[in-house]
Design a protein around this ligand. Structure first.
Ligand code: RAT
Ligand code: ZN
Length: 413
């Protein structure tokens, strides 16, 4: 049943007041300088908005990409906020950010919004955003294959303890042959053959990077066709290198399933699509590897129910997030309700996937609203069954859903 207004208000208040540990973002420790994106132009050129704006743009894709960031942002603003109403979730997100930062886009034009962001000191702004979003920590996406971030990890720097690392290995698993020269250039003696010597070198690579960045988990995004077991480099590497590495280091393996990369390459980063995954692969992984911990999120709506049922069968599988195209209020509500009804609070309903610091403000404002309303509806049902919840229980549940269940799953805070 639907909760009454008082119960909804009570749950929203508690969920809003509970700090969140954001378990997957594309943000960077402030030591990475300009890699930590912020400001109105980065908000506007977010790839979620790029793909929406391409439906209205009057210029060819090549001209858009040839333009500088400010010009691109202006085109997007014009297409999505001026010439049309910004009703999509990603557009609404920009407005929530501005609103919660105390900026009124109805009274301030783009140049004055730009001026405001330019005047903020990065340190103060970081603190302000984390405070408004009530975010306690963010997990980054750290790829040794990324030339922009690798050098700083190799040099070393003083970590901001709120920025947790996760080891991203898509190129290794999805383009083994292409990765070989890179691994060789970093001192790993790998060749194309699927043999124990190469497994040893890949495990050495994973171990070195796990230690270097203190990776909380290891992660990959996979296409809908991903199969396991299978006669593929990815399946061989997962079975013989990634999973033994995970067991040795107590590290979970996160699978983000269902992305079809470059469905429309003209859109660049915004050109990826979705496909329904064959979750038999995840079932095989969980069944064959009870000593590993798996995290999983699915991009397609059609996979959500099967994922939840799998998690009921395998306690070492942790469903997380309403990822990317499923991060809309309607789908997140459906998915979160389903998970609560089938898993209780033993999952992580959302991660932000923020690429721009300021996005933490809207991603968490919107997600907290969805989570609180789903929870309130469950509490209304419990009350009808003679179990009215008290505030301490609501606090406990909010803590679990906003990072506590995940910490328990990983076995570390
Ligand atoms: O949601 C996104 O921003 C996507 O572009 C992807 O980065 C996805 O989240 C991923 O981590 O692969
Ligand atoms: Zn992501």
């Amino acid at each position: 049943m639907s909760a009454d207004a008082l119960l909804v208000e009570r749950v929203e208040r508690i969920v809003d007041a509970t700090p969140v540990h954001d378990i997957h973002t594309h943000l960077y420790d402030p030591a990475f300088g300009s890699l930590l994106l912020s400001g109105i132009d980065d908000l506007l050129v977010y790839h979620y908005l790029v793909s929406e704006s391409f439906r209205h743009l009057t210029l060819p894709a090549e001209s858009f990409w040839a333009a500088d960031k400010i010009t691109q942002a202006t085109h997007i603003w014009d297409a999505l906020f001026v010439r049309h109403s910004p009703v999509s979730e990603a557009c609404r997100g920009v407005l929530t950010v501005l609103h919660r930062l105390g900026l009124d886009p109805r009274r301030n034009d783009l140049p004055s919004l730009r001026r405001w962001f330019a005047e903020q000191s990065p340190d103060t702004h970081l603190e302000r955003v984390l405070k408004i979003a009530n975010v306690a920590s963010v997990c980054m996406t750290n790829s040794p294959f990324d030339d922009a971030e690798r050098p700083l990890w190799e040099r070393g720097f003083t970590r901001d303890p709120r920025f947790i690392a996760a080891l991203r290995i898509d190129p290794l698993l999805l383009d083994w042959h292409g990765s070989i020269p890179r691994l060789q250039s970093w001192g790993y003696a790998v060749t194309r053959e699927r043999n124990p010597a190469n497994v040893g070198e890949v495990r050495r690579f994973l171990a070195d990077w796990t230690r270097r960045i203190d990776a909380r988990y290891c992660m990959v995004s996979l296409p809908p066709e991903f199969a396991f077991p299978a006669d593929t480099d990815a399946a061989w590497l997962i079975e013989h290198a990634v999973l033994p590495h995970g067991r040795e280091h107590g590290q979970a393996f996160a699978l983000m399933l269902g992305v079809k990369r470059a469905v429309n390459p003209a859109l660049q980063l915004a050109g990826d699509g979705v496909g329904c995954s064959e979750l038999g692969a995840l079932r095989h992984l969980c069944a064959a590897h009870p000593d590993n911990r798996f995290m999983a999120t699915c991009l397609s709506r059609e996979n959500q129910h099967e994922l939840v049922v799998l998690a009921r069968k395998f306690p070492h599988l942790h469903p997380f997030g309403c990822w990317w195209f499923t991060n809309t209020p309607q789908l997140a509500t459906e998915i979160t309700r389903m998970r609560l009804e089938l898993l209780g609070t033993s999952f992580t309903p959302q991660h932000s996937d923020a690429r721009v610091l300021d996005q933490l403000v809207y991603k968490w404002a919107h997600s907290r609203r969805v989570i609180a309303r789903c929870l309130a509806d469950r509490y209304a049902d419990l009350k009808e069954s003679g179990w009215p919840v008290d505030d301490a229980e609501i606090h406990r549940d909010a803590r679990e859903l906003l990072g506590g269940a995940f910490a328990t799953f990983l076995g570390r805070p």
